[in-house]
Ligand binder design. Structure first.
Ligand code: PAF
Length: 281
């Protein structure tokens, strides 16, 4: 596995591979890798000749400085996981390499980002779109792999690809869960023992809400029951629980036959912000 730290190095590597007729898969990450990331690498390996993982804790997508500062960083351990997983190149740039000057361009994804993560983390998707665009331009992958745990991020990146005509396919891979249902996340490392014990509540609430959606319980009632169940846990501070159209991400007042529903939540658990979602239909 080749370790690349400069934008020029990444570009040269991927262009050489492209010219040799090799199919390129990009796996953008912020590191502190877990089995969910390795699943993305495995999917890329199955479909591509080159698997290029990137590790970059992108400052422009954090609206909370403490969240950025405390985001886990374990680059050596990450590289040790990626090598045997079949990654052919790893791009680990410094902040100055990705942002030699402050960006001026601002992305606005309209209704897609006026809800959930976009509404609660101002500027978040501008930062995501900025860094993902840079990575797409530098690496020019044939496919890019993202996890469905970030359901809204996948929707925003698909919109980005469509609007800017990036010549690549977005592949979204299912959320991986711990045995007790907790969605795998780099932030789980920051949970203390008590918060970790409470954490399976998130998936329990989502699966109970999904059962209600299947029974036709109105979205407002599903949302109220889920918010109450989350708030009943003393260590948990719910930020939002949304019952939304899985494509448009807009909140639902009623269900439409044939349209999938996504249930999304964000909570603070013992001081750590976690998100999760479940799709129904
Ligand atoms: O999902 C993430 O880890 C990040 O948002 C991404 C896509 C790597 C962009 O920084």
């Amino acid at each position: 596995m080749q370790i690349l730290t400069t934008a020029a190095g990444l570009h040269a590597y991927t262009e050489t591979a492209r010219r040799a007729g090799r199919r390129l898969g990009l796996v953008p990450t912020m590191g502190a890798l877990h089995a969910g990331h390795l699943q993305l690498v495995a999917a890329a390996r199955a479909q591509c000749d080159e698997v290029i993982a990137t590790i970059f804790v992108n400052p422009t997508q954090f609206n909370n400085p403490d969240d950025f500062r405390l985001y886990p960083r374990v680059p050596e351990a990450d590289a040790d996981l990626l090598r045997p997983a079949g990654c052919t190149a790893l791009f680990v740039p410094a902040v100055e390499e990705m942002y030699p000057q402050p960006t001026v361009l601002r992305f606005d994804f309209g209704p897609l980002e006026r809800v959930m993560e976009g509404a609660h983390r101002p500027g978040h998707f501008n930062g995501v779109a900025t860094v993902v665009s840079k990575l797409f331009h530098l690496a020019r992958p044939h496919q890019a792999f993202f996890g469905q745990k970030d359901w809204q991020q996948v929707a925003v990146v698909r919109q980005l690809v469509a609007d800017l005509s990036f010549d690549l396919e977005i592949v979204a891979c299912p959320t991986m869960r711990e045995a007790d249902g907790l969605a795998m996340s780099s932030r789980n490392r920051r949970l203390d023992a008590e918060a970790r014990t409470s954490a399976p509540l998130l998936y329990r609430v989502l699966t109970a809400a999904a059962a209600q959606v299947r029974q036709g319980v109105l979205p407002a009632r599903v949302q109220a029951a889920a918010e109450a169940a989350l708030a009943a846990e003393p260590r948990c501070t719910p930020e939002y629980f949304a019952v939304a159209d899985a494509q448009t991400l807009q909140p639902l007042r009623a269900y439409e036959p044939g349209r999938a529903v996504v249930l999304c939540l964000a909570v603070h658990l013992g001081g750590v912000r976690l998100i999760d979602n479940v799709v129904v239909g």
